[in-house]
Structure formats: structure tokens, C-alpha cells
Design a protein around this ligand. Structure first.
Ligand SMILES: Nc1ncnc2c1ncn2[C@@H]1O[C@H](COP(=O)(O)OP(=O)(O)OP(=O)(O)O)[C@@H](O)[C@H]1O
Length: 304
């Protein structure tokens, strides 16, 4: 589906992203992690054809065979928002403050040829799909009348409007408080067709993605299934990230989550892995698996 092969990003003579390669299969959720400045956003923006002025991409990236890099803007315009969509960190800057949110959701559909009345109707449906209460009412609201979490859901509705094949999220929950963040992550995991999820928060990746690509200094230093990379990191940088994260390594006692330590195979209330972890059985006792709710390895071997 998405295939990125030898992607480079330059600002003049400076190479900011070097030889990045990874793929995303249909329905797959892949996390792109790395410290600030490691090149995550530029990688994503290259795929959207949205690099800042003076910054250029080379190499190859295709979505179901369609080239995304080095193609004319008018071709990209057709793909953007239709085949691949992006949700950014700060919805307030992405939404038009003077336009009702329903009209903004409808607009991305009319731009891609859907009749206006149909787009308006579908906009309300989409606002409901991203679990906004009373979507008809929300459709008539202006962005400033909504909370940060609600605005981010509107952005997700916009991103999903034309049923893209790939959704890219760049730190979509960083600005939200913890409870709202968790709900948003669950929603993204549920509705994304295939997902590239950018964050510097390993716990977030652990709760949403199946695979992870680790970037450092503009390069990919490691990639693989979450469990493999997080339980057995090969690169020193990944080890450092893990050590600095809220995730606890194998064998250590879990921190108390909501007042209780989950038994092996048990999940704390609201754990997003509750129904998803392949080890949500006795197997958890045999093999430590990453099943946490974003806070820890919930399948754990008690220390001592
Ligand atoms: N318009 C630009 N011109 C020149 N350099 C840039 C430009 N945009 C980003 N950079 C540089 O490219 C590098 C990668 O930036 P990028 O935004 O992709 O990092 P990131 O991993 O997404 O970081 P963050 O997590 O802080 O968003 C950084 O060193 C950054 O300073």
C-alpha cells in the first residue's frame, strides 16, 4: 500500500532526512517515533506534498502505486485529502475560525466533486462517526465554541471525509488532557483505514500501533513490530527512548494504574488493548507482551 523507499529531504544543501524507507500495509497502524528534530514531520509532510518552501524531497514514495514524491502539485491535490489525509497537532490553526465546522467538513468533499447537499448531509454523519454528541448542533458551531478535544475530532472528520486509504496523524493528542487524549487515541485506532502515527511518546505508540519506525538524526535507526522493538531494542537510541518513557521494561514491577496492579493477563479499566492484544490469555504469563494501556507492559513477569 504505502511504500517509502530512499526518501531524502533537503533544505538547500542541507540534508534533513536521509534515506528513509518503510512500508504500511492495508489496515496497518505504524508509529513513527523519534526525538524532536529527528525528521518525523518532514517525512510525513513529504508524503502529503506539503513541505515548507525551500524544502524538497527526493526518493520514492508510492501509495498503491501512485507516486507521492516529485509529482506536480495538481496531481498531489487530487490525492491529498482523498487518498491520504493528515491530522495535525493544533486544530485551531487548521480550522477556519470564521466558518461553521459542518461547512468545513463538507468543503473537503465538494472540493473533490461531491454535490453540496450530499456533502452537508455526510458532514453531519461524519461528526457523529467521530463521536461528537448532537452532531447536527456541532455542525452549526464555530471552532471557538468547541473544546480542544472536540476540535480535534472535527479535524479527524475532515481527514476521513473522502475515505482516504491512509491517515497520517502528527502528534494529534499532545495538546489534549490525558482523558481526552485516551479517547481520541481509541477513536483514531478504530477509524483509521491505515495509519502513520507520529509522536515522541512511546506509550502512545504502544497503545495505538502494531509496528514502529524509530528515527534519529534524520534516519531510520530501527523498525519492526512494537513488541519486538520495545522488548528487545537493537539501537542504543531506542533503548534510551524506552528508558526515558513511561513504559516499564520487562521484569520490573508495574506502577500502580488506577490504584491496582493488573494481574498477568488482566487489563486495567479502559485499557485500549483489552480486546486487541493477542496475549490477552494465560499466554501472558509465559511471555511478556506489550499490552499496556499506554502506561506499561500489562503482561508482566513480577520482579522477584
Ligand atoms: N523549513 C525548514 N527549513 C530548514 N530546516 C527545517 C525546516 N523544517 C524543519 N527543519 C529541520 O529539519 C529537521 C527535522 O525537522 P522535523 O520537523 O521533521 O522534526 P520532528 O522529528 O518532526 O520534530 P518535532 O517532534 O519537534 O516536530 C530539524 O532539524 C528541523 O530544524
Amino acid at each position: 500500500m504505502l511504500s517509502v523507499d530512499g526518501l531524502d529531504v533537503h533544505a538547500g544543501p542541507v540534508r534533513l532526512v536521509r534515506d528513509v524507507s518503510f512500508g504500511i500495509g492495508p489496515g496497518e497502524r505504524v508509529g513513527l517515533i523519534g526525538e524532536s528534530g529527528s525528521g518525523k514531520s518532514l517525512t510525513a509532510l513529504s508524503l502529503m506534498g506539503l513541505l515548507p518552501e525551500g524544502v524538497t524531497a527526493s526518493g520514492r514514495a508510492t501509495l498503491d502505486g501512485d507516486d507521492l514524491v516529485g509529482v506536480p502539485e495538481r496531481r498531489l491535490k487530487r490525492l491529498r485529502g482523498r487518498e491520504v489525509s493528515m491530522v495535525f497537532q493544533e486544530p485551531m490553526t487548521a480550522l477556519n475560525p470564521l466558518m461553521r465546522v459542518g461547512a468545513q467538513v463538507a468543503e473537503v468533499m465538494t472540493l473533490h466533486g461531491r454535490p453540496r447537499a450530499e456533502a452537508r448531509e455526510r458532514a453531519v454523519h461524519l461528526l457523529g462517526r467521530v463521536r461528537l454528541p448532537r452532531p447536527e448542533q456541532i455542525a452549526r458551531a464555530y471552532p471557538h465554541q468547541l473544546s480542544g478535544g472536540q476540535r480535534q475530532r472535527v479535524m479527524l472528520a475532515i481527514a476521513l471525509a473522502n475515505e482516504p486509504r491512509l491517515l497520517i496523524c502528527d502528534e494529534p493528542t499532545t495538546a489534549l488532557d490525558v482523558t481526552v487524549q485516551k479517547q481520541m487515541l481509541e477513536l483514531i485506532a478504530e477509524v483509521a483505514p491505515a495509519l502513520l502515527f507520529i509522536t515522541h511518546d512511546l506509550a502512545v505508540v504502544a497503545s495505538v500501533c502494531e509496528r514502529v519506525v524509530v528515527m534519529y538524526g534524520g534516519r531510520v535507526v530501527e523498525s519492526g513490530p512494537i513488541r519486538e522493538v520495545f522488548t528487545n531494542p537493537r539501537h542504543r537510541y531506542t533503548e534510551g527512548l524506552l528508558a526515558a518513557s513511561r513504559l516499564t521494561p520487562r521484569g520490573t514491577r508495574l506502577p500502580t494504574i488506577k490504584g491496582s496492579v493488573p494481574a498477568a493477563g488482566g487489563f486495567p479499566d479502559g485499557c485500549v488493548f483489552r480486546n486487541r492484544c493477542p496475549h490477552a490469555t494465560e499466554a501472558c504469563e509465559q511471555e511478556p507482551a506489550l499490552t499496556g494501556d499506554g502506561h506499561a507492559f500489562a503482561c508482566w513477569h513480577p520482579a522477584g
